[in-house]
Design a protein around this ligand. Structure first.
Ligand code: FAD
Length: 614
């Protein structure tokens, strides 16, 4: 099959929330710009909001909050590791996003978003500050509306065509390589500007139900953005701050605390007690949950039964409609009902790397520029702490405009790629006659991630993880066998997950303290250390040696002096096991086994397969 070559101005790598906004705003900024959007799925349904979304988790709207309030909330939850310019830019941009979404969906104020008696968008409390910064949304159709806009503006959309290589020359972006997962049609696309919007590392730790795709996040989000940026020499930060998800037990989806808590719900333990002051998904809350389990008060639940009947019905509509539609069936078959106190059991499930809900990702400034020229990043893969969906839209839009402007003045790159050899290398798992099934290798790396680096983090376990990574790269990856083009992308995904595991483990070992509650609770250093205040841990590839390098760098000087710590102490792990039984000591010398070796030698097995005499 012949390769297709495309010359573009802007490539958008991932057509999810941030990617669709980026494409739209790039076209708005320069209608003549040749914008190519590539995604693993069809952009109508791909990404975290493919099934719709029910809130903008952090906004500043007149009458309720200001951009400074957004800075205050994010300064607190990021515990001092924040570029406040990013938070302010997010706060400034959210009102425009609300208007854009009404425009693209064709829906009125009061329909897509609730409004109060003064006609303002009506916000609720969610964050651990005294400002209402949460705006509910009836967003069942928003992804389809965004996809429609992207196509209407004349972007080239390559659905089911993931990017597997990103090229640079002299430190500047030159293009990408991608293939269609159904047909194998492959593309070499040259462009001076590439925007990475490929979402979080959703497939990272193993979910406890054992299903590889039974995860909270969109299953196509496997960290290629993180990995491609790393191999291009970009800096990544906060890779040690893991997202430790508190999800609904046995169900592949969120518990939806953020739907329930702004309407009066809260978390309780098995004794029916409220176990933590707030329900915001922050490290302190995860630490509180973990403590409940360790001290014998798990499981924990989302309590709803005290709410008025009409609120419960409204919650059912959102949770079973806009969120995952199988949720209603799930409860029905278990005979569960939100009018019972224990109907939504929660558990700490798979870990992920994500900036939307947490803070790890590609380092960017407020214009979404990375540290590589021509490379931009936005959404869950760019390190803007706890930016959620509003951040994906605001920074996606900024990235689109910035990339279009940059491309308009940049020289068209000439891609020098040995395409035949590259394609041979990428399809090697398909052409190999025999080997390890890719799902088996994915299960292995993700199980190791869960076993060795899930917080609380242990140094010896993390060292062992590095040993496994090296071993899997040497023994497993070169032997992966796939059956078709669809599976072929999984071979790339496994390698991205391994890259991300290495970055996460090394960053976790580099930051010699605990921070962000359970998200980076390190048993060898179980407290915050002031020497790490205001310091990023940076992960970067040395392009001369191909080695991963770790360093620290200062967070941008604060403009606003808001509190930068959540109120909690790290629990100390002290278990007194008492005195155990000890038997009399044995000899170190055992003549019986020594004599056996002397007499029979070391051949194993010797009785089953008797050596033939020559
Ligand atoms: C279940 C759930 C509920 C949530 N609820 C809320 C909420 O109520 N409010 C809120 O504010 N936030 C919420 N969030 C967070 C919010 O949805 C995300 O922060 C946001 O959608 C991230 O956008 P993104 O563009 O970065 O990633 P996504 O929208 O996930 O898009 C990433 C895209 O990249 C594509 N991709 C991946 N790899 C490649 C590749 N190699 N090549 C090409 N394409 C690739 C994927 O196919 C995908 O379409 C929720 C998230 C989840 C998972």
């Amino acid at each position: 099959m012949a390769i297709r070559r495309i010359e573009a101005d802007v490539v958008v790598l991932g057509g999810g929330s941030a990617g669709t906004f980026a494409a739209i705003k790039a076209k708005n900024a320069n209608p003549k710009a040749r914008v190519v959007v590539l995604d693993k799925g069809p952009i109508e349904t791909s990404g975290a909001i493919g099934r719709g979304m029910d809130a903008l988790n952090i906004v500043s709207v007149p009458g309720y909050g200001t951009p400074e309030d957004v800075v205050e909330a994010l300064t607190k939850v990021s515990e001092g590791i924040l570029d406040q310019d990013l938070a302010y830019t997010l706060g400034q941009g959210t009102y425009g996003v609300i208007k854009d979404l009404e425009d693209y969906t064709g829906r009125e104020p009061g329909d897509l978003f609730p409004v109060d008696e003064n006609g303002n968008y009506k916000c609720n409390y969610l964050h651990p500050t005294n400002k209402p910064l949460y705006l509910a949304m009836d967003g069942e159709d928003i992804k389809r509306a965004l996809a429609r806009e992207v196509r209407k503006l004349g972007c080239t959309v390559l659905d089911r065509t993931p990017v597997v290589r990103l090229f640079t020359e002299d430190g500047k972006v030159t293009g990408v390589f991608a293939f269609n997962i159904r047909t194998g049609q492959h593309y070499l696309i040259s462009a001076p500007a590439v925007i990475i919007t490929s979402g979080c590392v959703g497939k990272f730790g193993m979910p406890r139900d054992g299903y590889l795709s039974g995860i909270y996040e969109f299953p196509g989000n496997t960290g290629e953005g993180f990995s491609l940026a790393y191999h291009a020499g970009a800096e990544l930060v906060n890779m040690e701050c893991f997202q430790t998800n508190l999800l609904m037990k046995d169900f592949n989806g969120p518990a939806c605390g953020y739907v329930v808590i702004p309407r009066g719900g809260y978390g309780i333990n098995a004794l029916g007690e409220k176990y933590w002051s707030h329900g915001y998904w922050s490290g302190d809350m995860f630490l509180a949950v973990w403590k409940e389990f360790m001290e014998g008060r798990g499981p924990v639940y989302l309590k709803l039964d005290h709410l008025p009947e009409e609120t419960i019905q409204g919650l059912e509509k959102i949770l079973w409609g806009t969120e995952r539609t199988v949720r209603g069936q799930f409860h029905k078959q278990r005979n569960e009902n939100y009018r019972c106190w224990d109907s939504v059991e929660q558990g700490m499930e798979e870990i992920t790397l994500c900036s939307g809900h947490s803070m790890s990702g590609i380092f960017v400034n407020k214009n979404t520029e990375t540290t590589v020229k021509g490379l931009f990043a936005a959404g869950d893969c760019a390190a803007v702490p706890q930016q959620y969906l509003p951040g994906a839209f605001v920074f996606g839009g900024i990235a689109g405009r910035a990339a279009a402007e940059y491309a308009a003045t940049a020289k068209a790159p000439k891609l020098k790629v040995d395409v035949d050899n590259l394609w041979k290398e990428i399809r090697a798992p398909l052409d190999r006659p025999d080997g390890l099934p890719v799902d088996q290798v994915e299960t292995k790396i993700r199980t190791k991630i869960s076993q060795y680096i899930t917080p609380p983090k242990s140094d010896p376990l993390m060292q062992k993880m590095l040993w496994w990574i090296e071993r899997m790269r040497r023994e497993d990856v070169p032997n992966i066998k796939v059956r078709d083009y669809h599976d072929m992308i999984k071979a790339t995904e496994v390698q991205s997950i391994i890259d991300c595991a290495e970055m996460a483990t090394k960053a976790s070992l580099f930051r010699t303290e605990s921070r962000w509650g359970l998200s980076h609770y390190r048993l060898a250093y179980p407290a915050r250390d002031p020497k790490w205040d205001g310091k990023y841990c940076v992960v970067k590839k040395n392009l001369d040696t191909n080695e991963m390098e770790l360093s620290s760098k200062d967070v941008q000087k604060y403009k606003w002096d808001y509190p930068n710590r959540l109120e909690y102490d790290y629990p100390e792990m002290k278990h007194d096991l008492g005195k155990g039984f000890t038997h009399p000591p044995n000899d170190f010398n055992d003549p019986w086994i020594v004599e056996k070796v002397d007499r029979e030698g070391m051949d194993i097995p010797k009785r089953m397969f008797v050596k033939k005499e020559d």
